[in-house]
Design a protein. Structure first.
Length: 216
C-alpha cells in the first residue's frame, strides 16, 4: 500500500523521491521469494530473510500470504500444474506410447524453460513438510505415468526390452531435469532446439535396433 498523499510543502519537496515500501503484487512477491528460496534453500530461508530481500516488513508479506509454507505451496503449484497440463493433454490423444513419450518430454522441456525458477524449487524438495510431501507425491505420479508408457512401448516392440523399464524413465526425466543446472536462455540455443535435442538423444538410444555385430 502506498503512503498517504500529502500536499507538497514546496517545489523541492514535490520533486524529492518518495520513500516507503516498494509495492508488490502477489505475482512479483512470489517470484522474488522463489529466487530467494533457490539461492539459500527453502529450509534455511526465514521470513526475515524474505523481508530483507523484498525490502518490506514481515507484516507486509503477511498481507499477501499466510506463511512461508503458503508461498512454497503456490510456487510448487505453478510448476506442477504446468507439468500436469502437459501430461493430461498428451494422454488424452490417440497416439502410440512412444509418440506420447516424445510429446511429454518435449512439453516438459518447454515447461522447465518457461517456469525454470519454480521447477528448480520443485526438484530440490526433501519432503520435510506436508506441502513438500504432497508435491513429491504429484511428481511421483508423473514419473509412474512415464514408467507405464515405457512398459507399454516395450510390450508393443516399440522400445528395446534389454533395458530396465524402471531405470529408463528416470534417466529420461533426469536428462530433462538436468537442464536447470546449465541452460541459459539466449546462450544455449532456443527452446525448440533444446526440446528436439532431448527427444532425439533419448529415442535414438531407446528405439528398437538390430543387434550390433560389433558388440563383444
Amino acid at each position: 500500500m502506498s503512503p498517504e498523499s500529502k500536499p507538497p510543502a514546496s517545489d523541492d519537496a514535490a520533486a524529492a523521491p518518495k520513500r516507503g515500501r516498494p509495492g508488490y503484487d502477489r505475482e512479483t512477491l512470489l517470484s522474488v521469494c522463489v529466487d530467494v528460496f533457490n539461492r539459500y534453500g527453502y529450509d534455511a530461508t526465514s521470513m526475515g530473510t524474505l523481508s530483507k530481500h523484498l525490502g518490506i516488513s514481515k507484516s507486509a508479506i503477511y498481507h499477501h500470504v499466510e506463511s512461508k509454507e503458503a508461498i512454497l505451496g503456490q510456487a510448487l503449484d505453478r510448476a506442477l500444474d504446468a507439468l500436469e497440463a502437459v501430461f493430461s493433454e498428451v494422454l488424452a490423444n490417440d497416439s502410440d506410447p512412444v509418440n506420447k513419450l516424445e510429446q511429454i518430454l518435449d512439453g516438459s522441456v518447454r515447461v522447465l524453460v518457461a517456469q525454470m525458477p519454480y521447477v528448480t524449487l520443485l526438484l530440490r524438495l526433501r519432503g520435510n513438510s506436508e506441502v513438500e510431501e504432497a508435491a513429491l507425491q504429484r511428481r511421483r505420479h508423473l514419473t509412474r505415468t512415464v514408467e507405464d508408457l515405457v512398459r507399454q512401448a516395450q510390450e508393443r516392440g516399440e522400445l528395446r526390452t534389454d533395458i530396465s523399464g524402471k531405470s529408463a524413465p528416470r534417466l529420461m526425466l533426469g536428462m530433462v531435469n538436468s537442464i536447470v543446472d546449465w541452460y541459459q536462455p539466449g546462450r544455449s540455443g532456443t527452446v525448440d532446439q533444446l526440446a528436439a535435442t532431448v527427444v532425439t538423444i533419448i529415442f535414438s538410444g531407446l528405439r528398437t535396433q538390430p543387434p550390433s555385430e560389433l558388440r563383444s
